[in-house]
Design a protein around this ligand. Sequence first.
Ligand code: IVH
Length: 668
Amino acid sequence: MEKFPIKKFKELVKNIQYHNNLYYNNDSPEISDADYDILINEYNKIKKLFPEETKQSDILEKIGGSASELFSKFNHPTRMLSLDNAMSEDDLNNFQKKISNFLNKKSIDFEFTSEPKIDGLSVNLIYKNGKLATAATRGDGQVGENITENVITIKDVPKLLRTKYPPVSIEIRGEIFITKNDFMKLNTDNKFANPRNAAAGSLRQLDSKVTAKRPLKFIAHGFGSFTEEKSSYYDQLIEFKSWGIPISPFLKKAKNLKDLIKIYDEVNKKRAEIPYDIDGLVYKVNNLSFQNRLGIVGKSPRWAIAHKFASETAQTEIKKIDIQIGRTGSVTPVARLKSINIGGVLVSNATLHNFEEIEKKDIREGDSVIVERAGDVIPHILEVVSKNKKNRPNLFKPPKSCPICKSPIVIDPDEVVVRCSGTYVCDAQKIGRLKHFVSRSALDIEGLGDKQINLFYNKGLIEDYADIFDLEAKRDVIVNIEGWGTLSFNNLINAIDQKKKIELSKFIYSLGVRFVGQINAKLIASAFLNIKSFISFFEGKSDILSALENTDGLGPKVIQSFIEYSSIKSNKKQILKLTQRVDLFIKKIDTVKSKITGKKIIFTGTLSSMSRAEAKTKAEKLGAKVVSSISKSTDILVTGENSGSKLKKAKELGVRVMNEKEWSNLAN
Ligand code: IVH
């Protein structure tokens, strides 16, 4: 019997979680759907072989991402589902067989519907008595983010349903997306990898005025059940249309699989002409009482399936293999290709992910390769089709020193990533950090993206963050650069001006400190009492270490990285220079006065009725400060299951101890 590959399994889980987070929470996937599916298949294979050893792991039960902490949470009245995929006609036959078996129907005499699977973001719109009450993202299917303010700005989404007799309450589900054309117009600064990311980024704005300016579209493709529903999905959608809700112009009924496949071939042929990205068709059993009987398996309905299109590929030759240094020094190999048109897009570079990948696929300069461009990620190489036999070069290995700054290249044992060690001297890392600083999850300066940062850095117009705010003084130079003029320059200066007021946690995140993502940046910011104390820390006049160590949720790796960053002289100088140009502020959370206002609280052990994050948010709303290490000054310790040493210490110190129930009573 095979041994349980524990290390491999753990790595897989970590890897999948990493990519889930990039895809669902950061809107910035690094691998294609196909590569993601390989990871999932491997995961499922191990789970099947070793059910006992892996029963704790249920990463796939959670659909999509988790609700981020930037928006308030919303519990979907009925769960938002996912879809199983069909890649072949066999898969479709299976789908149909399962349905007819389940319904105990020998002959298949029921209808299906077909509509495109739009590559966007799913939302849940809740209408109460015909009025849009709430809009939420899917999140993990149960809990999403409340994005009502932003969705209200989308013209396609009716605020009032056009009907005299609207249902008392209805959940309408659909896709929010950006058309390919609008994407080209919007993405002149290359901030987004693709239309889907652009839609996601636009929707998750904290300022709905920004969302209002983005060309977001909406098409409905489902609903949570409601009392007055029609007898078929198709008729229900047609009724929605009469209420002013956009539905797909490609919605069709079909009598059987053969008809569905005919529709599939037709749509596949004109895929490039459809104004938005689609990655397949979705087939649904039309009869709603059949849908009800068929129900859900795992995370997907038994009555629906996504028939995926093959991703677009083409063959070309690798001219050269190069490396790219990221903002954290990560060394990524890239293939420079003989330019090739893939599905209407000219491709001349492909990522090789890492050095193991090059070895595994035995990819070398001069080889002919198949390149895949999935709508959602950077093009990558699927396989080598014919090897460069003449003078086949050696396998491409990581260089010993960085080609940009000549610092040694080191292998990071924690992450199997190869890194340039010249963190603060390497131009590539500096440029990477500048790009991150203006990127959409950071300061999000419109019109200032990768292309412009490269240009300004290479021309010596910017060197560090503060220089961005001094660009006005470079007017004479910039307006004379090809492609620039007074108008575009003024627009840029305007866009920069608009981003001068920066919330402290966003500012900290924008600095691109290793391990400091959005959530850790928030935690770090919360350790500073005010902006003055933040500045005085960088002036070397005060200390923050113990406050960081006492911040609930901040780990030692993150703290060490932040402290190390702030101990470097050039960083200090850079930040102080920057704080003279921007206006930092701390967003106060709306608190209500309560019995625990001003108190220091610690949560320990596993809570059963809520997540740690939820308990913390609640405590903060009630004006309490959540800390992590127990001392005499702690006011309350809330204990969940398996509370260990903290409970003992609290008793010794005479700190008030509460169980979860008592805490709930107090908080509510
Ligand atoms: S049906 C039945 N129909 O695909 C429950 N989903 O992979 C699932 N999607 O979260 C929804 N176009 O965001 C359905 N015509 C369509 C769709 C569609 C895109 C998305 C949707 C869902 C995801 C599942």
